[in-house]
Design a protein around this ligand. Structure first.
Ligand code: PGA
Length: 256
């Protein structure tokens, strides 16, 4: 796990965007795993700018999103499909048919989840998975106690996640859907590389446990310690509870 600490979320996002740009230049038909939430917004804005100025293209790219609320369709302003269209897909040169977000209105959820897994496999697997980090340590909507080998499935959202996401629902935690379809932790671990972003003091505990704690289903992101190619982009605030902060900075400055 490579821990990359920068002063601000803006600098971290620019560095993460550079990582994705590097992949797209090397592999124009790359498969990207996308995340929603407040954290990746600046990253998406940077990628949009790079696309607008011709530095990168998404014309051959395919995407798979991590998750979607059960019961919310693409027309719902709070659906993750809508979030992705507005904040990313509608503003880059990607073919909309190459973008996949779990179907929150699927009638047969287990069948949909198996099909989603199959589509990822048929696309050749995910080259780079973008992740945020829940304050409870979740990745995707894999809440504490999720199996570290889990695949795409329906999950019950943790009370902490309902509180964290209430800001997108007029501040009302009761309005947040209670269930989501999410890629599993095993699905995420199959990605060839992972770029996780976490910003702000509110994420500092989860970041410290993810990087320096034991691997545990109670802190799902800690499984990334087992990933061969995981980069963690954090700002100073999110890094503030890491015991070995000087070591990560030293390693970064000494990279061969
Ligand atoms: P946030 O959510 O980016 O809105 O903080 C992160 C997550 O829940 O994965």
């Amino acid at each position: 796990m490579e821990v990359i600490i920068d002063k601000t979320p803006e600098i971290s996002s620019a560095n993460a965007a550079a990582e994705i740009a590097k992949l797209l230049k090397a592999k124009p038909r790359a498969v990207l795993g996308c995340a929603t939430g407040g954290t990746p917004l600046k990253l998406y804005a940077d990628l949009i700018s790079m696309c607008e100025n011709g530095e990168i293209s998404f014309a051959g790219v395919r995407t798979f999103n991590l998750d979607e609320y059960v019961g919310l369709g693409p027309d719902d302003p709070n659906s993750y499909r809508r979030f992705m269209d507005e904040n990313f897909f509608d503003r880059i040169d990607i073919k909309k048919s190459n973008t996949r977000v779990p179907d929150g209105l699927a009638k047969d959820i287990p069948a949909f989840c198996s099909e989603y897994e199959k589509e990822i496999k048929d696309a050749g697997g995910i080259d780079l998975q973008i992740l945020g980090l829940g304050s409870d340590g979740h990745i995707g909507f894999n809440e504490p106690s999720s199996s570290l080998c889990s695949r795409t499935r329906i999950k019950t959202l943790a009370p902490q996640t309902l509180l964290d996401n209430a800001r997108f629902f007029g501040g009302n935690a009761d309005a947040v859907p209670k269930y989501a379809i999410t890629m599993g932790i095993g699905t995420i671990m199959d990605a060839r590389s992972v770029v996780l972003l976490a910003f702000g003091e509110g994420k500092a505990d989860a970041v410290a446990k993810m990087v320096e704690g034991g691997i545990s289903a109670m802190l799902p992101a800690s499984v990334l310690q087992m990933h061969e190619n995981a980069k963690v982009f954090v700002d100073e605030a999110a890094a503030s509870k890491l015991a070995n902060i000087d070591y990560y900075k030293y390693v970064r400055s000494m990279r061969p």
